[in-house]
Ligand binder design. Structure first.
Ligand code: URP
Ligand code: ZN
Ligand code: ZN
Length: 460
């Protein structure tokens, strides 16, 4: 099957030009002006943007968490991602403490194999680093193509590891050419503050926010950066939200160390005033919580300064009845919010249309940098001869409104209900196949493939 995209304005992290793209099979085989080729299908993209498919490297699909499961599975989650222009996601496997990494991988494969519509990969979350798990790191990197290892400095008593385990894991991961991801907040402080608020009868969603002040994140970001510097292991801080934490990274980069930063779309455009709405604030109960307007300004600036390389979602949806588990106690509200479908359009509308970031920067933080940092570039994350034909055709001027009544995520509310956006996904290709066209998904579950990733050593 061949496909020709005519006359689109091609945007990559560095380019901006009008040309045709010829696709044969799953990859791009030629790019040029007025290509004289015959294709099975042609798409006229005149007046539209043609960009690499989005990569969201932080999602939680069908994940057991806080006594329930996130409500999007591999089918609904990756399909919703495609509707929003994201052609690939990276999900998190969670090791069970006391069990092997291998058994966690098998469990996740059991849920994902044959079920994804869009492409996906895994990070491995190490929640129990010991002599046994140490021996599994090399095999995951070299045989399974899982090159990034997630750590939690929070969720005490569940997922959190201590600094002793962190250092040991960093040494092992560095030895084999991988990368450490971190949820960097101070788990002990947060645990103390949650207990304090509960004992005082302060149980509404607002106290979720007040249990995780900025200092808990700034302190952990600095400690993580120091440990990464000491071990020489490349690090990636997930869902960074605030000025204090970004300043810790800014200082670390003065040492020329590799510490990458991801923020998420919600931290750029929503703020903590949403927690003042009684229990409705539960829609935005996530960790870390939403912050202040001054933090939004810092994060947009951080993107433009190159300190924040990735805008992800931390998509971890729970239906309203699941959120109600914490009706009488904020600490029982499943943490997370839905955004996998909305990220690309929200970032375009709030970032590009409002003049905060350029088109090239948009592609960089929504796709290219994740492909580079996580060992998939240039197969993914760009438009180039030989790359996978993962492509979004986008109308930068079309206006539309977000709503739970029209989204495709398996969740019965939207964190962005009624938001009016400028810029809409029109057509999405995944490995040369039309995935989304005219607001319909044309791919079946099972089309999505697991993407093995390369070592990052020497490449980032
Ligand atoms: O609230 C969140 N972020 N839920 C998902 C788990 C995590 O910490 O990333
Ligand atoms: Zn987290
Ligand atoms: Zn997460």
């Amino acid at each position: 099957m061949s496909l020709l995209i005519r006359n689109g304005r091609i945007i990559t992290a560095i380019d901006d030009y009008v040309a045709d793209i010829f696709i044969q099979g799953e990859t791009i085989s030629a790019i040029g002006k007025n290509l004289s080729v015959k294709a099975d299908k042609e798409i006229d993209a005149a007046g539209l943007l043609v960009m690499p498919g989005g990569i969201d490297p932080h999602v939680h699909l069908d994940m057991p968490f806080m006594g329930t499961f996130s409500s999007d599975n591999y089918e609904t989650g990756t399909r919703a991602a495609l509707y929003g222009g994201t052609t690939m996601v990276i999900d998190f496997i969670l090791q069970k403490q006391g069990n092997s990494l291998r058994s966690a991988l098998e469990e996740w494969k059991g849920r994902s194999d044959g079920n994804a519509v869009g492409d996906y990969s895994f990070h491995m979350a190490v929640t129990d680093f010991n002599e046994n798990t140490k021996t599994e790191i090399k095999e995951l990197i070299e045989k399974e193509g899982i090159t990034s290892f997630k750590t939690f400095m929070a969720y005490k008593g569940a997922l959190m590891i201590d600094d002793r385990q962190m250092i040991g894991l960093m040494e092992e991961v560095k030895k084999h050419g991988g990368l450490i991801n971190v949820h960097a907040t101070n788990g002990d402080m947060i645990d103390y503050l949650i207990g304090k608020h509960r004992s005082e009868g302060k149980l509404s969603p607002l106290y979720h926010y007040l249990s995780q002040p900025e200092v808990t994140e700034a302190e952990a970001a600095e400690r993580f950066a120091d440990m990464a510097n000491y071990t020489g292991c490349p690090g990636y801080i997930v869902h960074l939200t605030c000025e204090g934490a970004l300043n810790a990274v800014r200082n670390a980069t003065r040492r020329n160390q590799k510490v990458f930063v991801e923020t998420c779309i919600q931290y750029l455009i929503l703020d903590a005033s949403l927690y003042e709405m009684d229990f409705e604030g539960a829609k935005w109960v996530m960790s870390p919580p939403l912050r202040e307007k001054k933090d939004q300004a810092t994060l947009w600036a951080g993107i433009n300064q190159g300190l924040v390389q990735v805008v992800a979602t931390d998509h971890c949806p729970f239906k309203w009845e699941q959120k109600l588990m914490g009706k009488d106690d904020f600490s029982k509200i499943p943490n997370g919010h839905p955004a996998i479908e909305n990220r690309m359009e929200l970032l375009f509308s709030e970032g590009v249309s409002k003049g905060k970031i350029t088109l090239n920067k948009y592609v960089e933080v929504a796709s290219t940098n994740a492909a580079k940092i996580f060992g998939m570039f240039p197969k993914k994350g760009t438009i180039a001869v030989g790359s996978d034909a993962d492509i979004v055709i986008f109308n930068p001027d079309e206006k539309h409104t977000l709503s739970a009544s029209s989204h495709h995520m398996n969740v019965d509310y939207s964190g962005y209900e009624g938001w009016e956006l400028t810029g809409k996904v029109k057509t999405v290709l995944l490995r040369g196949q039309v995935a989304i066209d005219d607001n319909k998904c044309l791919l079946e579950k099972g089309y999505g493939q697991f993407v093995k990733r390369n070592k990052v050593e020497g490449k980032i």
